[in-house]
Design a protein around this ligand. Structure first.
Ligand SMILES: Cc1cc2nc3c(=O)[nH]c(=O)nc-3n(C[C@H](O)[C@H](O)[C@H](O)COP(=O)(O)O)c2cc1C
Length: 356
């Protein structure tokens, strides 16, 4: 039986861009929506910051109409603060849903029982959920890990408690907090949760390619699929996954000039959104590194991209690389064209993970 999502999804099996601090910001969310993500979620925002109307926190809540369907993710372990944050987000920003973060493993957050810290106390989890629901007329969802520790690992018990408290969908990243990002995500736990709950379960974890997304959906029967790191530098992964789910042959990974064009598109969106252009360009360096991952002779290209201080520099650097390729400068390393159309592996390089 198909489980209904509490917000518009566009497709029966929606594809989600995961919340990622410092990555899933408004421009990247817009880009991924344009490339086939059905639903996006903001990075996690502190309930305390929202209720105190902290300027930096509120600025991260800005989004544009073309990002919808969008959820705003909040975290905190103080039920009152969570209720107030939920009310404020609803009044000021009107997303389609509010998502609660019960997955963040970082010390600064779990020390105060926020994020996955809540998973040590399922009464608290339920209290937080009920408070957030009291603050809003919007549907409330949550994102969980499989438990606080290996001893406490029980995603089905956690999911049942969340469902009982009133959430309308759950995303599961099947690792425990103690695992952080090590080991593999246990997809079989996504399957078990999907079978146990009446609400839709969104599967997440270790999707590096469109094929992985398709395989997760088939193997676990999850209602939706959420991609985090697998979207780095390859937003087209969503369109490719959609094709596989619909039984079509996906478009190949774009050749290098097209990849650069997507990166420039992304850069233009960042420029239009951010107030401090130089700071934004420096922040954007990581995305540039992801877009050129796996390209032949990319050492110099990456070095130059990692030094940009303004967006105007990027086009010239890409242009130089394409000109060198056209001159045949990279010929001794084999066919550039072949390398540039090869599927990128999101696994090749992963930056330090700071948040969840
Ligand atoms: C840089 C980074 C930031 C993240 N920030 C958040 C966050 O704000 N909220 C959240 O629920 N999860 C966050 N996560 C966790 C991801 O949403 C996801 O659960 C995890 O990366 C596993 O999925 P993946 O294997 O597709 O990357 C973050 C992950 C990364 C890598």
């Amino acid at each position: 039986m198909m489980k209904r999502f509490p917000y518009p999804t566009g497709h029966d099996v929606p594809l989600f861009l995961a919340p990622m601090a410092g990555v899933s910001e408004s421009p990247f969310r817009r880009l991924c929506r344009g490339h086939g993500a059905d639903v996006v979620v903001t990075e996690f925002l502190s309930a305390e910051g929202i209720r105190r109307e902290n300027e930096a926190t509120l600025s991260k809540l800005r989004f544009s109409a073309d990002e919808r369907t969008i959820g705003v993710q909040i975290f905190g372990a103080d039920p009152m603060a969570m209720q107030e944050a939920s009310a404020l987000v609803t009044d000021l920003f009107q997303p389609e849903f509010i998502d609660i973060n019960f997955g963040c493993p970082v010390k600064k957050v779990v020390r105060r029982n926020g994020g996955s810290g809540c998973l040590k106390d399922l009464d608290l989890v339920q209290e937080v959920i009920r408070s957030v629901i009291r603050g809003t007329h919007l549907p409330v969802t949550c994102k969980i890990r499989s438990g606080w520790s290996e001893e406490m690992r029980d995603p089905v018990a956690i999911g049942l408690r969340c469902q009982d408290a009133g959430v309308k969908a759950i995303a599961l990243h099947p690792r425990t907090r103690t695992q952080m990002y090590s080991g593999r995500a246990w997809w079989e736990e996504i399957g078990a949760l999907a079978a146990a709950l009446e609400i839709p379960v969104i599967g997440n974890g270790d999707i590096k390619t469109a094929e992985d997304a398709y395989r997760m959906w088939r193997e676990t029967q999850c209602a939706g699929v959420m991609i985090a790191r697998g979207s780095y530098g390859q937003p087209w992964v969503f369109a490719q996954a959609r094709a596989l789910i619909e039984g079509r042959v996906p478009l190949p990974t774009p050749p290098v000039a097209e990849r650069f064009a997507v990166a420039l598109d992304h850069a233009r969106m960042v420029q239009a959104y951010e107030i401090d252009p130089q700071g934004a360009a420096i922040e954007f360096r990581k995305h540039l590194g992801w877009y050129v991952r796996g390209l032949p002779h990319s050492a110099d290209l990456r070095r130059r991209l990692h030094q940009v201080n303004g967006f105007s520099e990027v086009e010239g650097i890409f242009g130089d690389y394409l000109a060198a390729a056209a001159r045949g400068d990279f010929a001794e390393d084999g066919l550039l064209a072949a390398a540039c159309s090869a599927t990128t592996s999101a696994d090749a390089e992963r930056p330090g993970i700071a948040h969840e």
